[in-house]
Every structure is written in C-alpha cells, then in structure tokens.
Design a protein around this ligand. Structure first.
Ligand code: NDP
Ligand code: 2IT
Length: 444
C-alpha cells in the first residue's frame, strides 16, 4: 500500500467519529500524492505525514457561565494547536452548537495549509465552543466569553497562538475576550485579531474574507478569459463572509441574487440590497425573514435551496458540506461557470469532483477565503509595530496577496500536470512550504 493510503487508513481508524476531519485529510492527502510519491522513502522514514495529520496539541476545557436567570450552564471549550511550523498558531474561534473536537480538528488542519498559502509567517490552529450565541443577551455573551478566556488565556499569546473570530464570533465576542485576556494576563498585546478599531484592530479586517474571496474569484475568471462584470452570483450565508462578498461582488459589477441563513433563503431578482442586509444582520441581529419588509418583490423560502437558482457564479459562504452532489448537478445543469468557497469546506468531495469534471472553475476554501487570516496577519504586524495602516494600504496588500496566491496555485497545478485544478494546486503549494519548514527544524 502507498504511504498516502496507509496514513489515510490510520487517520480513518484513529478518528472514526470525526467525519469532517477525515474528509479534510482525505482531500489534502489525495491531491499531494505526486509529491509524496517522489519523496516516499524520506517522508516515510521521517513519519512526515503522521506529523502533518496529528495536531501538536489539543486542549479541551470546561466553560461554566451564568445566564440572566441565575442558572449555571457548562459548555465545552477547545483549542487545537495544529502546526507551528511556519509561525505562531493562528486561526479562528467558532461558537456554534455543532462544534466538537472533530470539527475543530478539520478547521485547524485546513488552516495550516491556508495560512501557508498566504505567504505570511503564521502556523495553523482553531478553537471554539458548542455554546450557542443565538438568542443570548449581551450580558450572557459577555459572561460566556469571559469564562472561555479565563481558561484559554493560559495557552495563547501574541507570539504563541493568536485566535480570531469565526462562525458566531465577531467583533463583540472578540472585544469581550480581549478585555478578559488583558485583565488576567496584564498584557495589552496582539493576542487576538478582528479587534475593534479603537483598541488595535485593523481597517479592512471586517471586510477581508469576503473581499479576498472576490479578488481571487475575479482573478481566476480573468485568467480564464471571463469578465465578472454583469455576471449573476449566488451567495449562501448572511454572516461576516457573505455580507462582504456581496458588497465586493456588487462593486465589481456583478448581481447577487441570493443570501441565506440556517432557516431559509432569500431570492431577490433585482439584486440583493446590501444596506438592508447589513441593517438586518449587523445592526439588528435579526433573521432573513425580515428582508421582505425592505424588498417586497423578493422571495423568502424556508429550508435549503440557494443552489437551485440559475446563475453564473456560486459562492458558498455559510458552513461545511452545504453544497452537495445534488446541488452541484443543478448548478451544472443551470450553466454555472465558477464556484469559489468563502466558507471552510462547504463543498462535499463528491460535489467538488462533479463540478471539476464538468468544467466548472473551482476555487477551494483554503485559497479562496485566505484573505481573512491574511489580513489578521497584517493586524499582527500593525500591533507589533504599534501603528495603524490606512484602509487603502491594507486593502491593496490584501488584493496583492490574493492575486499572488492565485498565481502560486495556478503555477503549481500546471507544474504537477493538473492545469486548472486549483484544489491540487492549493494543497500542494500549501504543503510544500510547511514541509520545507518542518524539515529545517528537525523532528520536534
Ligand atoms: P457568521 O457567524 O458571521 O455567519 C455564518 C452564516 O452561516 C450565517 O448566515 C449562519 O446562519 C450560516 N450558518 C452557520 N451554520 C450554518 C448551518 N449549520 N447551516 C446553515 N447555515 C449556517 O460566520 P462567518 O461569516 O464568519 O463564517 C462563515 C464561513 O466562513 C465559515 O465556514 C467560516 O469558517 C468561514 N470563514 C470565516 C472567516 C472569517 O474571517 N470570518 C475566514 C475564512 C473562512 P445562522 O445565522 O442562521 O446561524
Ligand atoms: O477560517 C479562517 O480562516 C478564519 N476564521 C479566520 C482566522 C483568522 O485568524 O483570522
């Protein structure tokens, strides 16, 4: 059996209850086969792949907090410090009831290669909790965040591990966590990114993942001779990534037809009204059912369905495995040109394969959504030099990073004989840098 297959089998055996982690490992290991085959003896001797698929450290802790009625709740807190090969652990914190160790491991594993692709000195990690922020009062959110950080603060720091937001963790949660870290550790340092602008946050960080997604998509289309202007776009989700993907898509002259949340989806044939979306989601923290009040001609549908609308480009920006084989078939039947992942692993392996086999340009999340963490790294730079850069400066750097990233994955895909396969390109390019750093640092 090949070394890759041996390691995949071991990962499946040792992590049998973690389907998302297995899926993420499978995708990466499958596409790096040519590199591994060329170095099989040395990699095997050094147990290189075993070291890549096993996190350096997994931390799990209890998070007790008190609700507004005086009742105590206990949630699970996690931080998986996956790889520090190329820099301090870096990656977000997800607050969602579906969070478990397998979810955090899959996200941490993806983050290692994504962070490598940014070209910036950041390792990979991820954390979070099964706490559900939905419907909680502001005081309850603060109570949870403080308790979470009371334990997490023992393991993180500006030069060791720098968390940020993810699903359910935005500027409000980061603010409460930063305050608690500062109080307990007595350090005002860049220990978290996605901070508010008044206390060390970076301009453009809020917009970065969505903007970066569109910069990369635009570049991918351009290189394939297609202009994004006038194209129709499907966006799923209506959180941080989705909102700024909608904003940049509109700015680039495209028309966004849909957004969604976990209850349903909106179809607006005239194009999503960005101001309405921001007011509903960012200001009022309401559900998408409210959208019709702003746009009476739009439609609201319960359940899944975004991918059934005919459009040129699909941008999944909600969560993992939200675009399945049946969805891919409908997209292809409707003539979709490109799919770019704003979320982490939103497309199943079968759906990805189907899209690629049917000539759809496909940008995987670890490349397409890397603008968020790249801008987090720029926030770390600004914190280190105790300066704040202008919006234009950060945005220009973000755009350069995404264009260079596309160049890199495009070149690597060609070099290994898979032209246009950006999944292979991203996985190999991300992997090669991590391996280089690991080899230089010995067996640690
Ligand atoms: P938010 O919490 O801001 O928004 C998440 C959106 O996805 C909401 O509309 C939410 O709906 C929807 N959603 C979440 N879980 C589910 C689910 N199980 N089924 C259907 N819809 C769901 O998160 P972000 O926008 O920050 O993150 C979105 C995705 O992008 C995630 O995969 C995240 O890991 C990834 N990402 C985020 C980055 C960032 O900088 N924030 C960077 C790179 C990737 P509802 O409100 O109903 O829960
Ligand atoms: O998945 C991701 O890349 C993020 N949630 C952002 C991580 C970060 O450290 O900014």
């Amino acid at each position: 059996m090949s070394y890759v297959d041996e390691v995949i089998e071991a990962v499946e055996r040792e992590n049998a209850n973690e389907p998302e982690f297995i899926q993420a490992v499978r995708e990466v290991l499958d596409s790096i086969r040519p590199v591994v085959e060329a170095n099989e003896a040395a990699y095997r001797r050094d147990a290189l792949l075993e070291r890549i698929v096993n996190p350096e450290r997994e931390i799990k802790f209890r998070v007790p907090w008190i609700d507004d009625n005086g009742n105590v709740h206990v949630n699970n807190g996690y931080r998986v410090q996956f790889s520090s090969a190329i820099g301090p652990y870096k990656g977000g914190l997800r607050l969602h009831p579906s969070v478990n160790i397998g979810i955090i491991k899959f996200l941490g594993f993806e983050q290692v290669f994504k962070n490598s692709l940014t070209g910036l000195p950041i390792g990979g990690g991820k954390g979070g909790s099964d706490f559900d922020p939905k419907g909680k009062s502001d005081r309850e959110i603060m109570a949870f965040c403080q308790s979470f950080m009371s334990e997490l603060c023992k393991y993180i720091g500006a030069y060791t591990d720098v968390p940020a937001g993810d699903i359910g963790a935005g500027p409000r949660e980061i603010g409460y966590m930063f305050g608690q870290y500062k109080k307990l550790r007595g350090l005002f340092e860049g220990v978290l990114t996605g901070k508010g602008l008044s206390y060390g946050g970076s301009l453009t960080r809020r917009e970065a993942t969505g903007y970066g997604l569109l910069y990369l998509t635009d570049e991918m289309l351009r290189r394939n001779g297609i202009d994004i202007k006038g194209k129709t776009v499907l966006v799923s989700g209506s959180g941080n990534v989705a909102i700024y993907a909608v904003e940049k898509a509109i700015e680039l002259g495209a028309k966004v037809l849909t957004v969604s949340d976990s209850n349903g989806w909106v179809y607006d044939p005239e194009g999503i009204d960005l101001n309405a979306l921001k007011e509903i989601k960012e200001v009022k923290r309401q559900r998408l059912t409210e959208y019709k009040k702003y746009r009476p001609d739009s439609e609201y549908h319960e359940g899944k369905g975004v991918w059934s609308v005919k459009a040129d480009i699909a941008l999944p920006c909600a969560t993992q495995n939200e675009l399945e084989l049946d969805d891919a078939k409908i997209l292809v039947a409707n003539g979709v040109i490109a799919v770019a992942e704003g979320a982490n692993m939103p497309t199943t392996l079968e759906a990805t394969k189907y899209l690629q086999e049917n000539g759809v340009l496909f940008a995987p999340g670890k490349a397409a959504n890397a603008g968020g963490v790249a801008t987090s790294a720029l926030e770390m730079s600004q914190n280190s030099e105790r300066l704040s850069w202008s919006f234009e400066k950060v945005d220009t750097k973000l755009k350069d990073i995404m264009v260079n990233l596309f160049d890199n994955i495009d070149d690597v895909a060609k070099k290994y004989g898979f032209p246009g396969n950006y999944v292979v390109g991203a996985n190999i390019a991300g992997f090669e840098k991590v391996v280089d750093a690991m080899n230089a640092q010995g067996i640690v």
